[in-house]
Design a protein around this ligand. Sequence first.
Ligand SMILES: *[C@@H]1O[C@H](CO)[C@@H](O)[C@H](O)[C@H]1NC(C)=O
Ligand SMILES: *[C@@H]1O[C@H](CO)[C@@H](O)[C@H](O)[C@H]1NC(C)=O
Ligand SMILES: *[C@@H]1O[C@H](CO)[C@@H](O)[C@H](O)[C@H]1NC(C)=O
Ligand SMILES: *[C@@H]1O[C@H](CO)[C@@H](O)[C@H](O)[C@H]1NC(C)=O
Ligand SMILES: *[C@@H]1O[C@H](CO)[C@@H](O)[C@H](O)[C@H]1NC(C)=O
Ligand SMILES: *[C@@H]1O[C@H](CO)[C@@H](O)[C@H](O)[C@H]1NC(C)=O
Length: 362
Amino acid sequence: MKSSSSSVTKSHLFFALRIGTILAVSITIYVSYIFTTHSKGFFHITRISMGQQNMTEDTSENETSTFITTIPEELPHRTYLISRTRCKGKVFLLILVFSAPANFDKRTIIRKTWATDPSLKIRWRSVFPLGQAAGDNILNKKLEAEGMMYGDLIRGSYNEHYQNLTFKTQMGLEWAAKYCADFQFLLKADDDVFINPYALIDHLRIPDTPKTNLYTGSCRFGSGVFRAGKNGVTWEEYNKTRYPPFCSGPAYVLSSDVVYKLVEMFDVKKPFKNEDVYIGMLVEKIGGVRVMVHRGFRYGQCKHIPGTFSLHRAPTIECVEELFQEAMSERKEYELAQLRSARILSYNVTNTSQVHEHNQIS
Ligand SMILES: *[C@@H]1O[C@H](CO)[C@@H](O)[C@H](O)[C@H]1NC(C)=O
Ligand SMILES: *[C@@H]1O[C@H](CO)[C@@H](O)[C@H](O)[C@H]1NC(C)=O
Ligand SMILES: *[C@@H]1O[C@H](CO)[C@@H](O)[C@H](O)[C@H]1NC(C)=O
Ligand SMILES: *[C@@H]1O[C@H](CO)[C@@H](O)[C@H](O)[C@H]1NC(C)=O
Ligand SMILES: *[C@@H]1O[C@H](CO)[C@@H](O)[C@H](O)[C@H]1NC(C)=O
Ligand SMILES: *[C@@H]1O[C@H](CO)[C@@H](O)[C@H](O)[C@H]1NC(C)=O
């Protein structure tokens, strides 16, 4: 009995060692694979820092990015911006999620899903620009607490209202340019939009996507001006029959150089009530910016379609969770496929038995 039990233990031990070795080897392969592929991506990133046009290699190895809520210096603001939260470190994609004071649930589900990069490398970060809840001090107090807790609220001193969205855009872009200067691309999204940062980042990284002078989304060319009703635009407000090209509000991307130039233009061109058209107007004035339509910025039903960067709308918490799960598993499949095709794997797997033998002796 004793000997048989000991032999069972032995064979268990043997088995455990074998499994352990295989696991250790595969984890090493996987980690080294992740490292090489991701670092490849990272080292090839070129970015532009504020006030300089020189392209620099991003060689950051262990960059961590957080938001600091101290007040490092008093920068003069030209918009309604009151937050002085600062971005620490480099971010490939900075996401401004337009939210309203009362939309706590939407912010919560976004924070729980696509808002932050779960990997060690900081590729994207999200913040929520917000105005004041007019006359609702309880809500404003809640916002203060939420801001302290998450550090990701960017607040303005204007009153929240859909007619004031241009103020939000201005202060969001000003915050990005002044307090988070080390980003490469900025995505403006609404809080009822689902974002798949993996797909978008892959797209922004490919050589075919311009790294500067970029303005992309679901863009409209030669759009007519809506004149009727209380939301119509008067001839005094805009005296041409067609708008310049603009990318529609739910989700669009700007390269950082364009963001810096836009902020400079705020004093030149006074706010237009339609925020996405306002960006189009400023972009036209800047000149030389490529307005690029991409089908990845989608509208439609809550349904996962590969290659989608943004989906308008994701109306419920369940929808956001479901789309995020799909995006995550698609990502996992993609990485596994890469892993399987990697020659390094077959080479090392044939060697595990040797590693095991080595273990057995000791
Ligand atoms: C840009 O690069 C050039 C050449 O390397 C250098 O002389 C110049 O000082 C750089 N400009 C800035 C703003 O770093
Ligand atoms: C990580 O970053 C810190 C601060 O920049 C630096 O001092 C340290 O050497 C880095 N560590 C590694 C392993 O790169
Ligand atoms: C927009 O914000 C300004 C500044 O807070 C405020 O005076 C104005 O009433 C707001 N507009 C609307 C339509 O709420
Ligand atoms: C339209 O308005 C601009 C200034 O806002 C003015 O320079 C231009 O002459 C106007 N065009 C027409 C056709 O009225
Ligand atoms: C796998 O093989 C490669 C290529 O020879 C080698 O560089 C690497 O260190 C090996 N990894 C492990 C875990 O043995
Ligand atoms: C296995 O690894 C050893 C070194 O540990 C190496 O000498 C040998 O060539 C490898 N075998 C195969 C089949 O790759």
